[in-house]
Design a protein around this ligand. Sequence first.
Ligand SMILES: [Zn+2]
Length: 126
Amino acid sequence: MDEQKINHYREVLLEQLRQHTELARENQADALEMAINDDGVKDVADMSLLDHNQEIEYRLSERESQMVADIDQALLRIDEGSYGVCARCGKGIPERRLDALPTARYDAECQSLIEAGTGEDEHATL
Ligand SMILES: [Zn+2]
């Protein structure tokens, strides 16, 4: 992959990182605010609704955190010069796939093998 394309994907990833970091922070702030306001709750219906909301916030920020970790790893691969190369078979990941999923570590073939449980263990590629 040439330098110009690498720079393009780096910018895409940095922009995504910025967005997801903000989202994660907002979600955490909301969850915290809900926990702080937790003292005025009287009946069980209110209580369960509140718990439910906190659960949703928590899951959302957990997913955001995972996204941020994926983006971080992709940026690391750019620095290492291994970005855009399938971590399992070593073939180039098609740009069409990287455009759709800039954090992709595998080409579509290996991804489906891994998801089917017949590919290499996730930890073996770290
Ligand atoms: Zn592959």
